[in-house]
Design a protein around this ligand. Structure first.
Ligand code: NAD
Length: 380
């Protein structure tokens, strides 16, 4: 793939290498009109500059839509989790961080992504010596900040706190109301019981939905009378939610065709496709994972009368939490910021889509592009 250069960017395409650790990494800073480029570090064996660019561009839109003073960026380190020891991983993250030192945090702020979490963010921040160079750091990693009113401690807010799933639950609440579905007792299936899926299930069951199905790498479980969230958690700790006794075991794919009101893909990309979209029975789909459905299939689902709320709106809780951490908020204030932004943005996108007769994704993209273009015109 040739990386396209257009009105928006990318501003920097960087490939870095460290001979001592054999670290190969990438950084793409797509657009910084709204602020420093923000996006996580993906650590996978086959990561490429092209993949990092596509993810960076998505971050440009996601951050603009969340109304954050962040531009779009993403990073990647070539890393095979099945072959590396912790010390080797740490050395890679440290070498990558040192290579990026000229860019952080003015042009780029790191965050967690696939195979990188709070510990990696701590290694990253410590290696380049700047606490603000990464978000998603551990809660006990703090910095004393001197201000007008005296000194104050600012601490990390790890993604492990569940801000993304919390945001997904609030987006679902808004969208259900918009679609005329009563959340109390609504039948919900959540694909993937990982970080995003687990917290989505937690907050939605607290809001009163009937969680009837979920899944993980081993398969799916379904009980039309509902699954108990605490039991699911216990089985996840034992290795897999598929250990749940009082439920039917289904394949990964069957979860998308269940008789539910709301379907939430929260694990892997491209799960609703040409092959299965006609069998979807849900009236509302909330895209918690990144790109679970292509634009084309989203259009076909809309023709079937199914409302699809796009990933760039729904799963922005993580990046909103990053901003809260960057600003030195405590976890309580972070959660209230995630809620207010997700509620406001989901409402705005759904209402403007309805008003203009376009899809929620088209409406979201229109707003994001306008915000970035406006910032590009006015930036010094
Ligand atoms: P995770 O690694 O914590 O969890 C992924 C879950 O998916 C695991 O439970 C895994 O067992 C399950 N899984 C894997 N293959 C599956 C399959 N074929 N069928 C069903 N389940 C399967 O990842 P996560 O952080 O929860 O991320 C999930 C999705 O959300 C990804 O698309 C990610 O890019 C996106 N996302 C995450 C965040 C965040 O803050 N974590 C923010 C924005 C977007």
């Amino acid at each position: 793939m040739i990386i396209p250069h257009d009105t928006y960017g990318p501003e920097y395409l960087l490939e870095v290498y460290d001979a001592e650790t054999n670290m190969r990494g990438f950084l793409v800073i797509d657009n910084t009109a709204l602020g420093p480029g923000k996006g996580g570090i993906r650590m996978t064996p086959n990561i490429t500059l092209e993949e990092v660019f596509m993810l960076a561009r998505t971050m440009t839109w996601k951050n603009a839509l969340a109304d954050l003073p962040f531009g779009g960026a993403k990073a990647g380190i070539v890393f095979d989790p099945s072959k590396s020891k912790k010390e080797e991983k740490k050395a890679l993250v440290q070498a990558f961080s040192k290579a990026l030192k000229p860019f952080v945090p003015k042009k780029y702020i790191a965050g967690p992504d696939m195979n990188s979490g709070e510990e990696e963010m701590q290694w990253f921040a410590e290696a380049n010596g700047n606490w603000r160079s990464a978000t998603g750091k551990p809660a006990n990693l703090c910095m004393l900040v001197m201000g007008k009113k005296g000194s104050k401690q600012q601490c990390g807010i790890p993604h492990e706190f569940g801000s993304t799933g919390f945001g997904v639950a609030h987006a679902t609440q808004v969208a259900a109301k918009h679609a005329g579905i009563s959340l109390a007792g609504a039948r919900v299936a959540v694909e993937g019981f990982g970080n995003v899926g687990e917290f989505t299930c937690k907050y939605l069951t607290e809001m009163g939905v009937l969680l009837v199905a979920t899944s993980d790498m081993q398969g799916a479980v379904y009980n039309e009378n509902g699954l108990d969230f605490k039991k699911l958690l216990a089985f996840k700790k034992q290795g897999t939610v598929t250990l749940y006794e009082d439920a039917k075991k289904l394949s990964h794919e069957e979860i998308f065709e269940l008789p539910v009101d709301i379907l939430i893909p929260a694990a892997i990309p491209n799960v609703i496709t040409e092959k299965n979209y006609k069998n979807v029975q849900a009236k509302l789909i909330i895209e918690a994972a990144n790109v679970p459905i292509s634009d084309d299939i989203e259009g076909k689902l809309a023709k079937r009368g199914i409302l699809v709320v796009p990933d760039i709106i729904v799963n922005a809780g993580g990046v909103i939490s990053s901003y809260a951490e960057y600003r030195g908020y405590n976890p309580k204030d972070m959660f209230s910021m995630v809620k207010s932004k997700i509620v406001k943005n989901t409402k705005a996108i759904l209402e403007s889509a309805k008003r203009e007769g376009i899809s929620p994704r088209a409406s979201a993209m229109k707003i994001a592009e306008e915000r970035v273009e406006q910032a590009m015109k006015t930036r010094k």
